[in-house]
Design a protein around this ligand. Structure first.
Ligand code: GLA
Length: 376
């Protein structure tokens, strides 16, 4: 494809994965804990320098081409997907790195807009390509922060650090327990071949999602202020109970989700390490219930998937299931017995289609590795 568009083979190829979060939802921007893993699906940028001081991007997925100049600080523009690349180029420029013009083809096996961080994968693949192009290798944490800023400033999404972190730092065969305050990542081994991670895409994305995300962040900040803590990471359930009268009842429930979710995430990491799968499953269901009832970011479609998985339960080979990502559509994640993967997939699909009239997309993934250069 690169040859077809630009007349010669690419010099570099950078790959960055999407992610699925096993547990620890809406905790990253509260300086808490998350437990994601990279999926073995990647966004790939094949590229080479040009002599024009201009960037030309061609997206295989959308069939569109984007052009922008690097003579001046890069600004947001059209088409909208180009903003993930523009934002990362701007981040390199801001650090004083000279970004020359380049041509690139973008291709991806990360489902777009499906809650598995296709945007972070594009940002991190761009940053990885730019490291080769500029000869400036970034510290991995700085790289993730640069990509997060691109998402804030160029896509207008006030996301936490989980997605970009995972796409940069993920390790093959491991989930990562990330402390979003200290930014320390602890690998949690996931090599038990009897257990499979199943990702169920609801194939719906309710429009609410961006506005609600920003408003949940504000409610968390309000709770932290009233509780007199730096972030909800620092609060305990007794602290929250003691402040009940001072808190709006809705804000109280938002905070309760974050506080209990942090605890569940730390416990889940321990139970995965110990191979205690039933306990991991209980925590996943509890996480979903808390996101549905206290944080209120689930939706009928995600609840339908989780209910179906839960009704199959241990006897049907399901260990646990929950919504994953920001919510209001996107994906659910389930841990299942490998021996029952096919049957579970079929049953969830039938029941979901029957109840919602929409077909889900279901795939499994081993924990994949983080962003890297691959052979062009
Ligand atoms: C989105 C954001 C993440 C995180 C999740 C919710 O994926 O990009 O930073 O906040 O939602 O856990």
């Amino acid at each position: 494809m690169f040859v077809k568009c630009f007349g010669h083979p690419p010099r570099w190829k950078a790959a960055a994965p999407g992610r699925v979060n096993l547990i620890g939802e809406h905790t990253d921007y509260n300086e808490g804990f998350v437990l994601p893993m990279a999926i073995d699906r990647y966004t790939i940028l094949a590229g080479d320098r040009n002599t024009k001081r201009e960037v030309t991007l061609h997206s295989v997925t959308t069939g569109e081409t984007a052009n922008f100049s690097v003579r001046a600080p890069v600004q947001p523009g059209q088409p909208s997907w180009s903003n993930y690349v523009r934002g990362v180029v701007a981040g390199f420029q801001e650090r004083g790195f000279k970004v020359s013009g380049f041509d690139a083809i973008i291709d991806s096996t990360v489902p777009f807009g499906g809650g598995v961080s296709s945007s972070a994968a594009l940002e991190v693949a761009t940053a990885t390509l730019l490291e080769a192009l500029t000869g400036q290798k970034l510290d991995p944490i700085e790289k993730a922060l640069l990509c997060q800023k691109a998402e804030h400033a160029f896509a207008g999404v006030p996301c936490g650090i989980m997605d970009q972190f995972t796409s940069v730092l993920a390790q093959q065969d491991h989930a990562l327990l990330l402390d979003c305050r200290s930014r320390k990542a602890t690998p949690v081994r996931m090599t038990d071949s009897a257990i499979t991670v199943l990702i169920i895409n609801s194939n719906v994305r309710h429009k609410l999602v961006d506005g609600v995300y920003a408003s949940r962040r504000k409610q968390c900040e309000e709770a932290a202020r009233i509780l007199k803590v730096t972030a909800l990471r620092d609060a305990t359930l007794p602290d929250l109970e003691a402040a009940r009268a001072a808190l709006d009842p809705v804000v109280f429930r938002r905070a309760r989700h974050v506080i209990t979710e942090n605890e569940r995430t730390l416990q889940a990491a321990r139970f995965i390490q110990a191979g205690d799968w039933p306990k991991v499953g209980e925590l996943m269901y509890a996480s979903h219930a808390s996101l549905r009832d206290d944080y209120q970011v689930s939706c009928l479609e995600l609840d339908t998937i989780v209910d179906c998985a839960q009704s199959l339960g241990e006897p049907g080979g399901v260990i646990g299931c929950r919504m994953t990502g920001a919510g209001f559509g996107g994906c659910a994640v389930s841990l299942v017995r490998t021996s029952a993967v096919q049957t579970i997939g079929r049953k969830i699909q039938e029941s979901y289609e029957h109840k919602t009239g929409t077909m889900p997309t279901i795939f499994s993934s081993r924990p994949g590795g983080g962003a890297r250069m691959v052979k062009p």
